[in-house]
Design a protein around this ligand. Structure first.
Ligand SMILES: Cc1cc2nc3c(=O)[nH]c(=O)nc-3n(C[C@H](O)[C@H](O)[C@H](O)COP(=O)(O)O)c2cc1C
Length: 510
């Protein structure tokens, strides 16, 4: 089958991984390695929960984050944030920290403005850091479900010069128009879903934040929608508010959230059962005339070839990058996951109810994490970050927010259905706790929740031994069938293509 050739598009996309797993260090190393090799590889930072992870970094005295903020176009805004958070461990001042996006609806004008400025600055800073020192492409990933901070966060990424915006977990039909408007410094709006099929409109005017003297021309980034099925790709291509520049077509074994199965059956272990009806028709996606990338178990040269033979521009890979040196997955967790994957004892299960988003979520079975029923049972339900909340109309006619993972009593009082609270985990806090920058309060550490895809066959072509390690460049070279660089000699980087499809055991002693 002849496929479209999109020579300027990256063959390989490092998937966005939240909260804080694909941070600037990973995205930068990926884009830089691609540039050095001479094959563009898209490095993607996660835009999810950045206000939280950045504040943690500033409190810990992270000089890179400070340097990035100092490059923010409006010095007064950056200075205000630095003064407030830099090395600040004062509890009472931090309890006022505006970290919950619902402030953007229900907060005072002052608090709204403060949080808006923080969102813009941290999204700018993450992209800015990822783009330093190379000219490879950098993208940012958001979840459509997390709607409240959408406009300021996208604007911050544009100010940082982001090349691609990627978005899944919902129907991102409003995003292309927002990108067009913001790139032209126009006021934009976003319809927020309110329970009962109502909408609430949030507006944002970039000119109200950035004074005239600091405004510069902005480039409209490309927009890639993450979809699981051709029907959504077709709808977005035809009816989105502007140009969708391509699609990441993600299957049900990919890490993180997945699209729900169309049927209502579950396997014996409780996982959703996907059937032929869930399979995307790639010919139909190809027919849309836009580049697309396949994701979910594609981390090998053979799978890259297979994707291209089906007309894809390339692939998006998450898990293999999540376990590499530059990812910001907590070190102890990363080591344990590498060990388990290498030894073939890792267990990942698609849990249909755990995420408050309502989407199935891949959970790694890991001692001490929220996958452990004892740890889950012992955790006090509390909504600390408020990203995956659902908006609802209050009795007084205002807009309230609830999350099925918050305390059951509070959720029901807000009109939520008690059945929806069963088995839910606070994914925002749990994911943040799995990242190296994620603990909101060191004193009261939260149990993490850990996600990976269900395919780990890549591990033995990248990891030299159960206790070894590998870099993002090793992942790229392995998948693109490029010989290991001198720098990574001694670590296993021999791709299966170079060994005729055979999985190399190891290049170093175990
Ligand atoms: C640790 C982890 C976190 C992820 N978080 C997100 C996310 O926040 N948003 C998103 O769109 N995809 C997320 N993904 C999916 C990846 O971007 C990518 O599409 C997927 O991992 C590809 O499948 P693979 O893991 O088999 O390579 C995540 C994946 C992993 C492994």
């Amino acid at each position: 089958m002849t496929g479209h050739v999109f020579s300027s598009e990256p063959e390989l996309i490092q998937g966005g991984m939240g909260v804080g797993i694909s941070s600037w260090q990973l995205a930068r190393s990926v884009a830089e390695a691609g540039e050095n090799i001479g094959r563009p590889v898209l490095g993607v930072v996660s835009g999810i929960g950045l206000a939280t992870t950045m504040v943690v970094r500033l409190r810990n005295g992270d000089s890179s984050t400070r340097r990035a903020l100092e490059a923010f176009p409006v010095p007064e805004i950056a200075q205000g944030i630095i003064e407030r958070y830099w090395l600040n461990t004062n509890r009472s001042s931090l309890s006022r920290t505006p970290l919950k996006p619902e402030i953007l609806v229900n907060g005072s004008d002052e608090r709204k403005a403060e949080f808006t400025r923080l969102l813009i600055a941290v999204n700018f800073a993450e992209v800015w850091l990822a783009k330093q020192g190379h000219s490879g492409p950098v993208g940012i990933n958001y979840l459509e479900k997390v709607q409240l901070p959408r406009l300021p966060e996208i604007f911050g990424a544009l100010l940082g010069g982001v090349d691609y915006v990627l978005m899944g977990a919902g129907i991102p039909n409003q995003v292309p128009g927002v990108l067009d408007g913001l790139a032209d410094w126009k006021e934009v709006s976003y319809k927020i879903h309110v329970a009962g099929s109502e909408k609430y409109v949030l507006s944002f005017d970039p000119k109200a934040i950035i004074p005239q003297q600091y405004r510069m021309p902005l480039t409209r980034p490309k927009f890639l929608a993450i979809v699981s099925h051709h029907v959504l790709a077709q709808a977005l291509a035809l009816k989105a508010t502007g140009e969708v520049d391509g699609f990441v077509v993600e299957g049900p074994i990919a890490g993180g959230h997945n699209a729900p199965a169309r049927g209502k059956e579950f396997s014996e272990s409780g996982e959703p059962v996907y059937t032929e009806r869930d399979k995307p028709d790639l010919a139909k996606i190809r027919g849309l005339g836009k580049p697309f990338w396949l994701a979910g178990g594609y981390a090998s040269p053979e799978k890259l070839r297979e994707a291209k033979s089906m007309g894809a521009a390339g692939i998006q890979v998450g898990s293999a990058f999540a376990l590499c040196d530059e990812s910001r997955l907590r070190d102890d967790i990363k080591r344990e996951l590498r060990r388990k994957s290498y030894s073939g004892v890792i267990e990942v299960m698609a849990n249909p109810v755990i995420s408050p988003s309502g989407y199935p979520f891949q959970v790694v079975r890991l001692e001490g994490s929220l996958s452990d029923p004892e740890v889950y049972g012992a955790r006090k339900r509390k909504c600390r970050m408020g990203y995956l909340v659902e908006a609802y109309r209050t009795a007084k006619g205002g807009i309230g927010f609830r999350c099925p993972a918050e305390p059951v009593k509070a959720y029901v009082k807000k009109g939520g259905d008690v059945d929806s609270t069963q088995g839910r985990v606070c994914i925002c806090t749990g994911l943040a706790a799995a990242s190296a920058d994620g603990q909101l309060r060191q004193a009261a550490s939260e149990p993490p929740i850990v996600t990976l895809g269900q395919d780990h066959s890549f591990i033995r072509s990248m990891l030299p031994s159960a206790d070894g390690s590998y870099s993002s460049e090793d992942v790229i070279r392995s998948i693109l069938s490029i010989a290991p660089s001198g720098r990574s000699e001694g670590r296993a980087t021999v791709s299966t293509a170079e060994t005729g499809g055979r999985v190399p055991k190891s290049t170093t002693a175990e």
